[in-house]
Design a protein around this ligand. Sequence first.
Ligand code: ADP
Ligand code: MG
Length: 224
Amino acid sequence: TEELLRNSEKLSVAGQLAAGVAHEIRNPLTALKGFTQFMKAGAQYKDHYLDIMISELDRIEQIINELLILAKPQAVTFQKRPLSPILHHVLSLLESQANMSGIEFHTRIGDDLPDVHCEENHLKQVFINILKNAMEAMHAGGRIDISAVQSGPHTVFITLADNGPGIPAEVLSRLGEPFFTTKPSGSGLGLMISQKIMAEHNGRLHIESELGKGTLVQITFPVS
Ligand code: ADP
Ligand code: MG
């Protein structure tokens, strides 16, 4: 029954998303079509139009990339996994990109963390989404503190904190809303998908932020 519940939850996620996706992809496509016709008709300032077209294409690509994770329901299998290698793997994936942006990772990840019942790739996607948001927010470099500890017998507590610009109140209240983004070619799907994935894991994702100080993402989930 648990498995069935998870599957039906996934179907409804896909259903909710379908209408939104069609809408969000149609807008940049309409723009692309317009610019293509415009250029065929011999428009001037082609470079400028090409830049806009590339950014519209980037947006479509972002949306597709982030949705692919939900598009493979057959691959979803919950298994007992040790948590610290999952976190270390994600950090190693993002390390060189962070280095190039002048961002340092500081970690406090216990070796004695318990196993968690998880869909490993989905869980990794949550950490990637959160860390990428932090990295994208810190244009002048900075630091991200990642900690993971067992909190009581039944819970693991993970925090990811950046010292970036923080999130204004009017943005904070809309986080997790599908397609809500402040980035020119963002998908606005990262946090919504992360929240859905944490719900699949019977966990919680909570975000706090202070302007000028940074953003703290807290993840709580049950030990298997
Ligand atoms: P996207 O990254 O595609 O914009 P997300 O759902 O991942 O979509 O994030 C939504 C918005 O939340 C971002 O556009 C950004 O404005 C804000 N945000 C998320 N994380 C941070 C962070 N660590 N620092 C500042 N702003 C953030
Ligand atoms: Mg994002």
